[in-house]
Design a protein around this ligand. Structure first.
Ligand code: SAM
Length: 284
């Protein structure tokens, strides 16, 4: 390479379909056709997708096991003026998919990182669930081992915003059972399966019912899943008696924010939870 500094290339982060090929955007095809190289999670898988759209661009593999070294190589090429596109097997890169290291390195090197947005199972599922979406908490995949999974769920039990999980066919029944155990069988939930595909189903009900129905029907255990759980109702988040008394005493002397912060220090209960609870008792 010559000594002249060229304008750096751009990194395009490109979403691809989560099942239905017609969801590929014209801009995604245009960008993927025009860049000299595409970084893909699984090159064999992506080659087929790209062939469908007549895109013959060279692919390099960027996955969890080589991301650091490959990201270094790609950022070097970007620095030399070459554009690069990043895709994952399906949906939006970085959403429970590789790409974080590359995007971070590119940004740190002053490279423009541009989004070519499109499908993601996360937003597709939320958009049809009929659960509150003004705030939600995306938890990605739960830990595969049961003890760790239950521990994570226990930590989430008093979260009041909608919870969103990705799940695979191997663990859907076990995860629903653990959710029913940790959040209560009567908590409302929605299971979105095979979105945009032939066997798409979106089922709403209580965690107890969804767990039983999914367990009894093998067909409902196949494919890819997004599980969404309604946040805890305020009374489920009420802290125990002693914590409540501490907060109440502090609230007599202090504004809510300070009272919640101090009560959190004294009791070890999360500040947000105390703040939410304080709002509730102050409002009554
Ligand atoms: N980056 C992707 C995205 O934007 O949705 C997600 C990748 S993650 C490795 C794969 C998980 O996403 C699956 O196990 C499933 O939980 C969810 N998923 C992907 N496609 C889906 C679909 N068509 N229907 C339901 N869930 C899907």
């Amino acid at each position: 390479m010559g000594a002249h500094a060229k304008n750096p290339g751009k990194l395009y982060v490109v979403a691809t379909p989560i099942g239905n090929l017609q969801d590929m955007s014209p801009r995604a095809v245009e960008v993927l056709s025009s860049v000299p190289v595409i970084a893909a999670e699984d090159t064999r898988h992506s080659k087929k997708l790209l062939a469908h759209f007549g895109v013959g661009t060279r692919l390099v593999a960027l996955h969890d096991h080589n991301e650091r070294s490959m990201a270094g190589t790609l950022v070097q090429r970007l620095g030399q003026g070459e554009d690069v596109a990043l895709i994952s097997d399906a949906g939006t890169p970085l959403i429970s998919d590789p790409g974080y290291v590359l995007v971070r390195m590119a940004r740190a090197a002053g490279i423009d990182v541009l989004s070519v947005p499109g499908p993601s199972a996360l937003t597709a599922a939320l958009s049809v669930a009929g659960l509150p979406t003004d705030r939600f908490r995306f938890e990605g995949f739960l830990p595969p081992k049961q003890a760790a999974r239950r521990q994570r769920l226990a930590e989430l039990a008093s979260e009041t915003v909608t919870l969103v999980f990705y799940e695979s066919s191997h663990r859907i029944v076990d995860s629903l059972a653990d959710m029913a155990g940790c959040f209560g069988a009567s908590r409302e939930a929605v299971v979105a399966r095979e979105l945009t595909k032939v066997f798409e189903t979106v089922r709403a009900g209580t965690l107890g019912d969804l767990c039983r129905e999914t367990g009894e029907d093998n067909r409902q255990q196949k494919g890819e899943f997004v599980v969404m759980v309604r946040g805890a109702a305020m009374d489920e988040t009420a802290p125990d008696e002693q914590v409540r008394r501490t907060l109440a005493v502090l609230l007599e002397e202090l504004p809510l924010k300070q009272a919640a912060a101090l009560a959190a220090k004294i009791t070890g209960v999360a500040k947000n939870r105390l703040y939410e609870y304080g709002l509730k008792i102050r409002g009554t």
